[in-house]
Design a protein around this ligand. Structure first.
Ligand SMILES: N[C@@H](CCC(=O)N[C@@H](CS)C(=O)NCC(=O)O)C(=O)O
Length: 222
């Protein structure tokens, strides 16, 4: 049985969950963090160079990094959703765009709210670091504009793929900290389409009980 280590509120964990749900791949979810066992937390800490999750365990094989997990599932546990579409190069390029410019700027904004928290303490949210907050939001606006333009000239694969796995969680949370503006209608429509996909709906619902944890505060929608 595959084991996925992660947290249901974690955007990168969603990346792996969407791939697993899309192909109905059986797996055991091992929740980490305050609710997880010491053993599972220690495993994640040791298995990843920065102690980050998700992590997939398949027998004796350990796969770290969400993109690699999706690629591993596509190769070793294929199902009806071809996670790597025919145009795999484009899928990998977009995966990098969503991780490096949407997810990273989203994490920068979230980090701005935690920057005054002492390491090891339960995160308490104080005044955000405004320079970091504004830099993250500006990065998101620039990424949104690039994606809006790209979507004007290209089509995405019509099934759940690596692109979906990267785009859905990053756009879901990024829109909470920097709403997709009115001059990016294609990107706003993409976010809405992604949020209607059954594997993404499952992630949104699994994460709902944790919304109070979102440092900038979760909006009353979605
Ligand atoms: N590059 C990693 C990033 C994973 C990541 O940032 N995970 C976050 C949760 S969404 C995490 O582990 N945060 C806890 C920590 O940094 O200690 C990947 O693609 O899997």
């Amino acid at each position: 049985m595959l084991k996925l280590y992660g947290h249901l509120f974690s955007s990168y964990t969603w990346k792996a969950l969407i791939a697993l749900y899309a192909n109905d791949t059986p797996f055991e979810f091992r929740g980490i963090g305050p609710e997880g066992s010491d053993e599972d937390n220690a495993f994640v800490h040791a298995a990843h160079p920065a102690g980050k999750f998700p992590i997939l365990r398949d027998g004796e094989t350990t796969v770290i990094e969400a993109t690699s997990i999706v690629e591993y599932l596509a190769a070793k546990h294929p199902g009806p959703a071809p996670l790597l579409p025919a145009d795999a190069l484009t899928a990998r390029m977009l995966d990098r765009v969503f991780d490096n410019y949407v997810m990273a700027n989203l994490q920068r904004v979230v980090g701005a709210y935690l920057s005054n928290t002492e390491v090891g303490n339960t995160p308490t949210v104080g005044e955000p670091d405004m320079k970091e907050l504004e830099a993250g939001q500006a990065g998101l606006r620039r990424a949104y504009a690039w994606l809006e333009s790209w979507l004007g000239d290209h089509r995405l694969p019509p099934h759940v793929s690596l692109v979906t796995c990267a785009a859905a969680p990053s756009l879901f949370y990024a829109d909470w900290v920097e709403p997709i503006p009115a001059d990016c209608p294609r990107l706003a429509a993409l976010r809405a389409e992604l949020l209607a996909l059954p594997p993404v709906v499952s992630c949104v619902e699994d994460a709902r009980p944790y919304r109070g944890w979102f440092p900038p505060g979760a909006p009353e929608r979605d």
